[in-house]
Design a protein around this ligand. Structure first.
Ligand code: NAG
Ligand code: NAG
Ligand code: NAG
Length: 347
């Protein structure tokens, strides 16, 4: 290949991958946690086999999948490292976190009461860790360089499923205070607070993630089945997710008008996720109704361990890894779709 072709390809790659994004910074729940829960006192962990068996080195990092989760793929798409390390993971330090860091905690939500259910990191504390990170980054790179990274970085926010499934529909408290529409508004108001807080702290490129069709998670299908509804998705939960996503979409429009110089995007996985669940074979999967791990009907976390004889041998045939979380292959398809259609605009 001639020098000029190499040269041209090099610049095309910078253009396509968007080399302007220096870091990916993550807030949220198990959809994006890279292992923060390993370091705290909760039962909600996944730092043991077979979790991570298709990750780099087959390592069970605490990601709730057989391999990578969406921020890992998104970081790679921006031309950064192919994974985003967890802030509390002692294997990494500020020099690693300068190009990406994850504050997410499995089991958390927008609502403080959701994080209390399994004693995980509440959202406000993820933000406290982020402030701590800012201080360390300024100490490490100098104030000016650190501030450039903080304002050019892409911020990914992904949570909300637990607020409905682990909290609102499981425990009596919130349901006695709010009807579902009011509860959605309560959560959206917290999402608004979060984006404005991050903006005030210097963030400019922020993605709010939408909810998946949460009535189609294998756990919800199983409970629906035992309630006598046959093997189908729980449509009422899917409707709640759709309405919540509409509300988040409106919030994003409003925030873009209010926050000068801010670029807020809505990364909505619902439609692509729904297509995968409806027609798994179109995407090379064999099933979306049961998960790979154990029996696939209800297990996750400690119930999905290496001693379980039923776990599948090829996770790529399954849309879901455990009863609540997608396989790496599903994460890859959804992440690449969101990058192409939405997130690449932040480069
Ligand atoms: C981070 O860790 C690496 C190796 O683990 C070490 O070489 C480096 O000095 C550390 N950097 C800071 C800023 O602590
Ligand atoms: C959540 O808890 C934090 C810390 O106690 C508090 O500052 C915040 O206002 C609470 N959020 C909501 C929406 O109640
Ligand atoms: C929820 O409560 C509000 C206020 O009382 C009411 O206007 C609304 O119709 C209710 N929505 C649903 C879905 O019940």
């Amino acid at each position: 290949m001639g020098f000029f072709i190499v040269f041209a390809i090099f610049f095309m790659q910078i253009y396509i991958t968007g080399a302007k994004v220096p870091a990916v910074i993550v807030f949220g729940d198990s959809s994006v946690d890279a292992g923060n829960n390993n370091q705290i006192g909760t039962v909600l962990k996944s730092n043991f086999k077979p979790y991570g068996r298709d990750f780099f080195g087959g390592k069970a990092t605490g990601r709730f999948s057989n391999g990578r989760v969406p921020p890992d793929f998104i970081s790679e798409s921006f031309g950064l490292r192919p994974y985003v390390p967890a802030y509390l993971d002692p294997a990494y330090n500020i020099s690693d976190f300068a190009t990406g860091v994850c504050f997410a905690s499995a089991g958390t939500g927008y609502d403080n009461a959701t994080s209390d259910v399994l004693s995980v990191i509440p959202l406000w504390k993820e933000v406290e860790y982020y402030k701590d990170y800012q201080t360390k980054l300024r100490g490490y790179l100098g104030v000016e360089n650190a501030n450039t990274i903080l304002s050019e970085a892409v911020y990914l926010i992904s949570m909300g499923t637990n607020d409905f499934l682990e909290n609102y529909y499981t425990l009596p408290n919130r349901k006695s205070q709010y009807n579902v529409s009011q509860y959605q508004d309560f959560l959206v108001a917290i999402a608004e607070w979060l984006v404005k807080d991050l903006y005030a702290l210097g963030a400019r490129k922020i993605s709010i993630g939408g909810l998946p069709p949460m009535g189609c998670l294998p756990l919800e299908r199983t409970t629906s089945f035992f309630a006598g509804n046959g093997d189908t998705c729980k449509d009422d939960y899917n409707k709640v997710a759709l309405v919540f996503n509409e509300k988040l979409g409106s919030l994003v429009k409003r925030l873009n008008l209010e926050l000068l110089g801010g670029k807020i995007v809505f990364s909505n996985p619902y439609a692509i996720f729904q297509q995968i669940v409806r027609k798994p074979s179109n995407f090379g999967f064999e099933t979306a109704a049961v998960a790979c791990c154990s029996t696939g009907f209800f297990e996750m976390g400690y119930m999905c361990d290496q001693y379980n004889p039923f776990t599948c041998s090829d996770a790529n045939k399954f849309v879901f890894w455990d009863s609540f979380h997608p396989t790496e292959k599903t994460n890859r398809i959804i992440s690449q779709h969101l990058f192409k259609t939405v997130l690449s605009k932040l480069a």
